[in-house]
Design a protein around this ligand. Sequence first.
Ligand SMILES: Cc1ncc(COP(=O)(O)O)c(C=O)c1O
Length: 391
Amino acid sequence: MDNHLIPTYKPLPVSFKRGDGIYVWDNDDKKYLDALCGISVTSLGHNHPDVTRAINEQAGRLLHTSNLYHIDNQSKLADILCELSTMDQAFFGNSGAEANEAAIKIARLYGHQNNIDKPEIVVMQGSFHGRTMATLSATGNRKVQAGFEPLVSGFARAPYNDIDALKAIAKNNKNVVAILVEPVQGEGGIKIPDTGYLSAIRKICDENNWLMMLDEIQTGMARSGKMFAFQYEPIKPDVLTLAKALGNGIPIGACLVSGKAKNVFQPGNHGSTFGGNPFASHVAFTVCNIMKNEHLADNAQARGQQLTTLLKQKLEGNKEVVEIRNLGLLIGITLQHNCHELVTIALHNGLLINVTADNVIRLLPPLIINEQQTIEIADRLVKSINQFIQK
Ligand SMILES: Cc1ncc(COP(=O)(O)O)c(C=O)c1O
């Protein structure tokens, strides 16, 4: 079937032909509830009328000009992102990996500007930052790196959610210029750190003149129950990377800076042909406005709470279930055993989910879900888990 595709993926044997709201339909017209959003991308659901209108409007007006010229739509997008995040400036690329590449380059440049010849960035075990050479080198997962050695150097590694380890690095390694960390490890298995973790990182960064760089590619854009997960604490980072839900399916990534990271990049230091073009910028600007005006962060918080409470009730006493946890609509359910098979069982039951870190069910439902649809997700998932256990 896929004779001419490089087999980088192992797709499930289903293909979707259309979507509407929280549902998608396959080629045989079977309907599925999409509780994964293309891995945290279509947070406004499928075929959102305002997004579709923005796409059509801008497609009929102007797609691309290049960054050789001023792009009004890009400036408007930077304005709203800085308003929502209280960051100062934005650079746009086309994916999460590119957003993190920009962050890594900023950290290195910042190091050199501060007379550190071999700058290092602290990254966390269990992290995921992308598949380009620099971002896979930053990633804390050997599976992602194996076979691609030599890795890009300049990364120091620490256990996640371990402030003492960061303090020890600060004491012993004078080449460090930045910390790059996810507020919740998504690919790593929806790992939620202790309250105060980000504030403690902020403090260490301030004490050592390091940049605090947050990868909110998965947690950002209202998914965590705040527009950005760092807003649960009274801090802000120096660098903030975004992608995924920013374009609701139109590829776009962003690297926002503030404080010490402001104006580190100067003309000629970085660039992207497509980055922030009139089309992607207009769509992302529309997405930001919808998320803000419809208070979707609040809905993510309420529905996340409802869904985890329901799952805890329905799965209480179930010996296969180790833990159910969430931050907004980032939901992880750890089972005793490897549960990749559950993806196929849920598919059969008309529910799209994902399994990460071998035994963690990951739910990333659209931020527009209502109470009734939340119950529907819980019912279908519990049915699927019970069928998995009986097998
Ligand atoms: C936290 C995080 N960072 C970076 C990436 C890479 O993003 P992309 O696949 O758009 O390059 C991902 C993708 O899953 C992610 O979850």
